[in-house]
Design a protein around this ligand. Structure first.
Ligand SMILES: [Zn+2]
Ligand SMILES: [Zn+2]
Length: 358
């Protein structure tokens, strides 16, 4: 079984590098979840007293993915209704899945599970042929999409610091090991926010429900928030010759451009299980790695998130687009047998694009 092979490789990583997994703040109040390779079962409601017991558990069961709760509970090991929620970190999820990049036409495709209609690029909400919403996607990890996700992350951080006043030390950024970034805020001010209050924050950064008239009235004198962002592009004297309707249209299009593309569902969910940093992503075999805010602009996940640097593997590749990993370019491949560095081979195997030769 191919899962046995991936699991063996994940074990090699955890045996050598489980020390990289840091103890989450207040570990005893967190719920942990583990997706198992076998039958893709999710083991939930686990709790650990310290980081060592967590590391040992991971080395023993070798899961495909490891998650922990953004929430703090009095009884994290209980079923949901008995957990006694105390509070939760504020989480943002930025993923290429939610960003419409042009290159997706080259490397992503979707298939309707109802009528089997298939097409390239970003999946629609409903099948273009039969209108059903059961759509399966086949996505790829691409340099351009990752760059775009990083740009969105930088935009979000600008909002978090300038508009909300969060401090650098409360903002943690992680590459997810696949197509995006998670941004965690741990700060006493946000701990007890309700789901609706979190939605207001996420709507604000996404530019949803912004009062355009209010923005317009505030772009001249010491503007702040959205008015300041709009004022950096237009000044009211440049708008004099335009109709009110036209002006509001201009403002709306600036907001659209400056808004951050976030998966709002993740931020609103105050019981969310999120990927544990420095564990492996079962979709790629790459690490979920912490990124220093000061290095974010230069950060290249396709170099930094490689888990297994040594060895190589002979694989049979059905089909894979061209890709970059560890500074090397690979592919495109179609129905061929090749020997690749371990990280590249593992990526293709995890993505279901390749199988072992022996
Ligand atoms: Zn269909
Ligand atoms: Zn792309």
């Amino acid at each position: 079984m191919i899962e046995d092979y991936i699991k063996k490789k994940f074990f090699e990583y955890y045996r050598l590098f489980s020390w990289r997994i840091k103890e989450p703040k207040e570990i005893t109040k967190r719920e942990f979840g583990f997706l198992l390779f076998k039958e893709k079962i999710m083991v939930r409601h686990k709790n650990f007293l310290n980081i060592n017991t967590l590391r040992e558990f991971i080395k023993t069961i070798v899961p495909s993915d490891v998650y922990y709760s953004s929430a703090y509970y009095l009884k994290p090991e209980e079923e949901m209704k008995g957990k006694e929620w105390i509070g939760a970190d504020l989480i943002f999820d930025i993923d290429a899945d939610h960003i419409d990049t042009l290159c997706k036409k080259e490397h992503d495709k979707w298939i309707c599970k109802n009528c089997s209609y298939t097409s390239k690029g970003m999946p629609p909400e409903k099948c273009l042929k039969c209108g059903e919403s059961k759509i399966q996607t086949e996505t790829w990890i691409c340099q351009k999409c990752l760059e775009k996700a990083k740009e969105e992350t930088l935009k979000l951080i600008d909002f978090l610091m300038k508009d909300f006043g969060f401090k650098k030390e409360n903002i943690k950024i992680y590459f997810t090991g696949h197509r995006g970034y998670h941004i965690h805020i741990d700060s006493n001010e946000i701990l007890q926010l309700t789901s609706d209050e979190r939605k207001e924050i996420v709507d604000y950064v996404m530019g949803i429900g912004i009062d355009l008239n209010n923005v317009l009235n505030n772009i001249d004198e010491q503007p702040s928030g959205w008015a300041k962002r709009v004022a950096s592009i237009i000044k009211s004297n440049s708008l004099k010759s335009l109709t009110k309707r036209r002006i509001l249209h201009e403002i709306r299009s600036i907001i659209k451009d400056k808004a951050v593309k976030v998966d709002s569902v993740v931020t609103m969910d105050i019981h969310r299980l999120i990927r544990l940093p420095e564990t492996l992503n079962g979709k790629t075999g790459l690490r979920a790695v912490k990124v220093d805010l000061t290095n974010l602009e230069e950060f290249n996940p396709l170099n930094e998130a490689i888990a297994l640097e040594k060895g190589e593997e002979k694989i049979y590749i059905k089909e894979a687009p061209k890709f970059l990993l560890g500074g090397e370019e690979f592919g495109p491949y179609k129905n061929e047998e090749v020997t690749l560095p371990m990280a590249a081979a593992l990526l293709l195997i995890c993505k279901g694009k390749a199988k072992l030769v022996n």
